[in-house]
Ligand binder design. Structure first.
Ligand SMILES: Cc1ncc(COP(=O)(O)O)c(C=O)c1O
Length: 451
């Protein structure tokens, strides 16, 4: 059965974010089921899901309460649009519940199906808003190297990872990438963290001066960068960056797709680093990935300006067929209720401390140049030489080999560009499972070193 499925995969599936040629040789790994923090492949082998899928299965696998919420809503009312003022109870309840969660005044929520379409909507909303308030020049968006904001034309242009740009002929004249706040990789020899932050702040100021504040509408940022290498901001970064944005009337789009809902030890990453966003993007853990759903939160002042401008058009002419899909919304509502009822934010914060403490000794592993993280997310940057921080040659695919070695040990981790191993388990992980994760990761690193 596995062999015939694998052949069908090789014949017919187009895999996203995959080394397509390598896939022809290696073939697929086929997952069959999940339970709690564990997943099982088609041969029945059990693995600890140390990546929560793609940073998303917050409440773990097989959560019956979410299955029930979906089944109930699906039999009651499987679909209805939000177009033309039509509505449905799960979407209304989800918007109202999110308003209790997000630190945004008079927030309104625009629903979508993925982080990418939500960030794409963020770009459109920034344009709409500045057109609405009579500042049509204020359209450029600042992003950063190593950022990951999605893969639509607009959001791939915001993403600061070269592989996501090559061959795609993206638009993006209106996107400016700042230096990644990656102290370990981007700091100069001998530069202190404080000096590094100061250099990045000066860079931001000089970019604003060069372009003109009147041409820059927003900066988009993940509080902690995920897919770009698990990069927490250096100390003092946001305290220094935010006032510069505020002084220049540049709105901060907070991409909480990975950080949101407890990942960094607070409900949102913006709360971990005292960031005051103008707007927010949420997806992934919003439904613990049981169904695809995303949300953009906009503040009241933006909504009112957009409402006014849309009046002149006759309608706000934007929206997805599946925006506010009642089944996905019902699952998201139940997911947030479960997080509240079970104290998942506090649990995640406590488990986060255990995870970081458990991983700490791995910083001394010969392969690990830099260990970083906070809460239930961590990255291990692999280097050929700890002193010079020299990377292994890219063709070595070192991180992929380590991820494969971890898999052989029964642990799922992810290899990211720049030879970083990412760890991001479901928020429901318990102390014994954290020990298991750390042990298997250590054995995976040893196994890869030996090979
Ligand atoms: C921070 C961030 N923003 C946006 C996205 C895009 O989300 P999606 O893959 O659901 O389109 C991701 C996906 O990993 C992400 O990590």
């Amino acid at each position: 059965m596995t062999a015939s499925l694998a052949q069908l995969d090789l014949d017919h599936l187009f895999h996203p974010a995959t080394d397509l040629r390598g896939h022809r040789q290696a073939g697929p790994q086929i997952w069959e089921r999940g339970e709690g923090v564990y997943v099982f492949d088609s041969e029945g082998k059990q693995y600890l899901e140390g990546m929560a899928g793609l940073w998303c299965t917050a409440l773990g696998y097989g959560e019956q309460a979410l299955v029930d919420a979906a089944a109930e809503q699906m039999s009651k009312f499987c679909y209805g649009p939000l177009f033309a003022g039509k509505s449905n109870e799960p979407s209304i309840r989800l918007a109202a519940k999110l308003a209790e969660w997000v630190p945004i005044a008079d927030a309104r929520f625009l629903f979508g199906c993925s982080g990418s379409d939500a960030n794409d909507a963020q770009v459109k909303l920034i344009r709409y808003y500045y057109n609405a308030i009579g500042k049509p020049e204020k359209k450029k968006i600042l992003s950063r190297g190593n950022a990951y904001h999605g893969i639509t034309l607009a959001t791939a242009a915001l993403t600061g990872l070269p592989a996501f740009h090559r061959h795609f002929d993206l638009p993006g004249d209106d996107v400016i990438h700042l230096t990644s706040p990656h102290y370990y990789r981007q700091s100069k020899p001998g530069e202190s963290e404080a000096d590094f932050v100061e250099r990045l702040a000066k860079e931001l100021e000089s970019v604003i001066e060069r372009e003109g504040a009147g041409t820059i509408g927003a900066m988009i940022a993940e509080p902690l960068m995920g897919a770009g290498g698990v990069i927490p901001p250096p100390a003092g970064y946001w305290d220094r960056i935010q006032p510069i944005l505020a002084a220049n009337d540049i709105l901060l789009i907070d991409d909480e797709v990975v950080c949101g809902f407890g990942r960094t030890g607070q409900p949102f990453g913006c709360q971990t680093w005292n960031i005051e966003p103008a707007t927010m993007t949420m997806a992934k853990a919003l439904s613990s990935a049981y169904l695809p759903i995303s949300a953009v939160a906009v503040p009241g002042f933006m909504y009112e300006a957009i409402e006014e401008a849309a009046g002149g058009v006759g309608l706000f002419a934007h929206g997805l067929t599946y925006a506010g899909h009642p089944v996905a919304a019902a699952v998201a509502v139940r997911n947030l209720e479960l997080m509240e009822e079970r104290g998942i934010m506090d649990h995640a914060a406590r488990m986060g401390e255990l995870l970081q403490a458990g991983l700490a000794p791995l910083a001394d592993h010969p392969l690990v140049g830099n260990l970083r993280g906070i809460g239930l997310i961590a990255g291990l940057e692999l280097v050929a030489d700890k002193d010079s921080r020299e990377l292994f040659p890219a063709q070595n695919k070192t991180a992929f080999k380590v991820a494969a070695a971890c898999l052989a040990e029964g642990l799922v981790v992810r290899a990211l560009p720049g030879d970083v191993i990412a760890v991001c388990p479901p928020l429901i992980i318990n102390p014994d499972q954290i020990n298991e994760l750390v042990e298997k990761l250590g054995r995976g690193l040893d196994r890869a070193t030996a090979a």
